[in-house]
Design a protein. Structure first.
Length: 215
């Protein structure tokens, strides 16, 4: 089977997924360690050709950036719990926790069972890469949640709690910016290697399925 020709109908998938980030600043006491909640939801796609699956992904995929849809997404929400302490005329962070809520949105092909070998190989390769891509976005967010919490705990005392709160806000903004930069850098690397990576995965998956069939 000519996988290159089948691949041509998937070229609109120039971007495998995206990250939706938000930050909510709170001022309540919480636990000392980051709280990470993660869930995965699936949207259905149907089709019996690469073109039909392509259209289904673009029609049913999660909306990102207004009306644009994507074949997968990682929704990321940070929130912070902070308690301040004022002693001897100085205000410091007494306790800090960063909360991270992760929600992966991935495709599920309803017609996968009984699909032609070539189309199944193509889908399994793409779906697996979409899953890996979004999982990596989640890993990056988790790493930055820990870094953000440590940065908040390490802030030096200030003269007033108003100054301390302002420093917390600046630090949080800086940490969020670093997180966004890392996510965007990851996407740029993924885009640069997209076609070569998918073609390699297709060949590997095809070989696995052929080896299994030969047993």
């Amino acid at each position: 089977m000519n996988f290159v020709s089948v691949w041509a109908s998937w070229r609109v998938l120039a971007f495998l997924g995206t990250v939706l980030c938000g930050l909510v600043a709170l001022a309540s006491l919480a636990k000392a360690d980051p709280s990470i909640r993660k869930s995965t939801v699936y949207f259905s796609v149907s089709g019996r050709t690469a073109s039909e699956l392509d259209n289904a992904l673009m029609r049913n995929g999660p909306k990102v950036g207004g009306m644009a849809r994507h074949p997968g997404a990682a929704q990321i929400k940070f929130s912070g719990d902070i308690k301040y302490s004022e002693t001897k005329g100085r205000c410091s962070v007494a306790a800090a926790r960063v909360n991270l809520n992760l929600r992966l949105i991935l495709p599920n092909w309803k017609n996968r069972a009984g699909a032609p070998l070539g189309l199944a190989v193509l889908w399994d390769s793409l779906a697996g890469d979409i899953h890996r891509h979004e999982e990596r976005h989640a890993e990056i967010a988790t790493q930055h949640a820990r870094q953000m919490e440590q940065a908040l705990k390490s802030l030096p005392p200030q003269k007033t709690c108003e100054e301390m709160q302002a420093l917390v806000t600046r630090t949080t903004d800086e940490q969020i910016a670093l997180h966004d930069e890392d996510q965007q850098r990851f996407d740029r690397v993924e885009m640069a290697n997209f076609e070569a990576r998918i073609m390699r995965l297709i060949k590997e998956r095809q070989a696995q399925m052929q080896a299994s069939a030969a047993k």
